[in-house]
Design a protein around this ligand. Sequence first.
Ligand code: URA
Length: 234
Amino acid sequence: MKKSLNQKLINIIEYYNLINANFFLSNSPLKRTSKNKNSAFVGSKSEKLHKLKKIISLIKNCDLKKNATNLVFGDGNINSKIMIIGEGPGANEDAQGKPFVGRAGKLLDKMLDSIKLDRTKVYISNVVNYRPPENRRPSDFEINRYLPYLKTHIEIINPKILLLLGSTALNTLIGNHEVISKARGKWIQKEIGTANPWIIASFHPAFLMRQPEQKKLAWIDLKMIREKAKILKI
Ligand code: URA
């Protein structure tokens, strides 16, 4: 009993350290325009990612976390200038704690291979970091809860190209009014915190497995990424 109380206290202290308690406990005025709002995230890229992962692991009262086996944070090359965002982990991802390792992941690997990319050359994450039960779409509430983490994740990776796979990633980062079939295959540049990537949306590999005739459009998007990477000298 005593031990678990101590452990709880340690967790609370660790949590407040991670989220930089001074930020809201100090008397000094908040600089809302400051670019450096993620001052809790200091250190090397991998240290920042480690901190972010720790913060997500401490999330409370989350039905996604309650029902999941593992936190699925990210995979690939943290120094890559190409970041890919999916929707949320499925059963295989939940079991292995890694994004896109199931059937959709195999197709994603093939898509990347077609433009000479692989997981050593890109970085992959999801809108939510715990598997939604029955692979349902995460609710708006869940998406909004994880959005600050996703934005910080993008800031830390700081990609030049951001590929959004499917409507959930598109709607989360670009806007709810967008429809994937219309918005795909178009470049927009958008500030996400301190990052300012070129963003393109394309079909989610799970959708392409159900509708393989759409692969020809996904191929157009992939070629656009290949071209952009050339122009940006990635
Ligand atoms: N689908 C996703 O959106 N993300 C994964 O990690 C796996 C499947």
